[in-house]
Design a protein. Sequence first.
Lengths: 563, 101
Amino acid sequence: MSQGFLAVNDNNQVLISSDTRNLHFIQKLTGPRNTTLSISDPDAGILVSVNVNGGIRRWRYTATCSVTPVPFFTMPTNDQYGILRIQDKGSNRWDIEIFRSGTSNTVPELYIFADARASSSVETHGMLVLRDDGTPSFDSRLRPLTVNSAVTVTHPDNPRTVSDTGAAGFAKFCTMVEADLGYLFQSSNYNFYSINVVGAYPQKPIFSFLSIAQSNRQFTASADESVKSYNFGIEYETRHDYWWSYYWQFYRGVIKNPVTATGLHTVSTDTLLTLPGQPYFEINISSPYFYNKGANGVWEQRATPSGDDGLWFYGLPWDIYFTNTEGTAAVPYNVMLLSTNGYITFNYYNNSTGVYRDLDAGSFEYLGLETASTLAGARIMIYAGDNSTYNWYAETTGTAPNRVYRIRYTGYAQPSGWFDRATVAPNLIWEMQFPENKTSEINVLFPSTINVRAGAVLGVGTSHGWQYIAQEPSAGTITPKNLIIKKGRAVADYQASAALHVGWATHTYGCNNQFYSTAGGGFFGGFFGGSTSSTVGGVWPYSNETLNLANNTVIVSDGSKYD
Amino acid sequence: MATTYGLEVYSASSQLIYSSADVTWNQVDYFTVPALPAPQSVTNTYPVIIGREVLVLQLLVDTPPTDRRALAHTISKETVTTGSVTVSGGSENALILVLMR
């Protein structure tokens, strides 16, 4: 350009240009338009909700925007999502239809971005770049979009990887069309992509994916039946009936951010606590310690080693809250109980009465911990095992109201009886962080490759509104990860991995049928009177037709920047 | 920022809003195309995309039909000399979003 403004990033990619328009955050939509209206209503929020054939959910969200919006969505369940269409309804109303596989009624959140003409700010500080026509190109006050990754994807050419076989009884008049034919039609095929990001993986990944790929599968069920009569010992065919039913299912391209044991966030080790030397190597068996970083920045041993099945009580620097569903009544916790058996339970101590609220909180349990079944209280069990703790560490960093309370565990992942602390190094380290300014989250970070055992459970307890959260990784080694547990919501919400499955989801399904009958002909020998019939058929030719495999690109951003 | 030069934009509350360590994709155009049976096509020229990485996304506007094929448009781009984006061949109304960085 000969004049104007151009800013590029460290990789010489355009960041701001007065010849283009940055996308800016416009609004967040937490749910569909109106979920109480019937599907036929033009304002209905729920457009499809069926539980057969793998499940279909299709919702209408409404954005208010003066220019064409660019929607991003969360994937709060382990299902497959895509933006189906965007419709300009006039008067700045844009209806955005998103569809998803699966039967959960949990809805995604939509983050709407558009160019800066669609919004304004009264903020007096910031940076504004105008185009040569005087319209805004970039406005720092409007939270411009930053992108973490963009992946161009292609769908597999067949929604299913298996060879299907049919069953009898489908041929007559599409009688099975409303049955659950998931075993014949549910998509099972996908292409795998990695989401490569610069720096940390998004805390709350949001995706823009416009679904355009389409595929179709169908099968034909046929049968015929001969209706016969007997007369004077001679069998006549009086009629011959023929049926065909053509079952079909349309798919659209979708993406999934799978929840896997190996697909959690990567985190660099420098975000973890700095450990104070290695005093624990010298600690005798069954004598772990709890260290607290004091106000002077010096690590202090907080308590006498509590020994076997012991615990430390530790008051939280601020109350933490957990809710079963966001927005419902929250239950505060102000005490943490750190166990020598590798897990944490929570309780609430009433300073006025001197009474603990939860009788089921405690850290004495030592049997069956790997199943997370023996404790009823609110808890976090990254990996629990009898006498598995080396040490606990705790500190508060930052300045109010943006402090972070951090608890770090060091221990042994595969105890076989008690271990000799003098000779065995801890092989499991994890850290839990409570952000003061984001009480809806717990961050759990693993610093390095860790060992897990089959059946090991990452769980949060069930009482007091805690939703049970569990992950059962396979035995072996898992890679560094940063799990963000959102209180009261399935951990799957935020077990977002850097993996992307690009596959298919049912968009709609149905069946067409044919029937005709011919007059009987011929005769059959026989000696018995009356009528009989025979059924022939059940030929099941499956076919798959890919209507459209057009590429599209998945853009990944971080929704937490816009919450 | 990691380097000693670049751009940082802060809010009034001193929160870092944008910096030259960020990555984004900027909107060059966002337009609608109708069904374009061959040999019809639409070509738009954007000199600003010359020498840049370009993404062209499309979204079908209407409810997908179930009684016929719904073909997405074929999209081609030229970013070396003319800076053009060509859309052709689709059977549906579509939104075309041109991004660059």
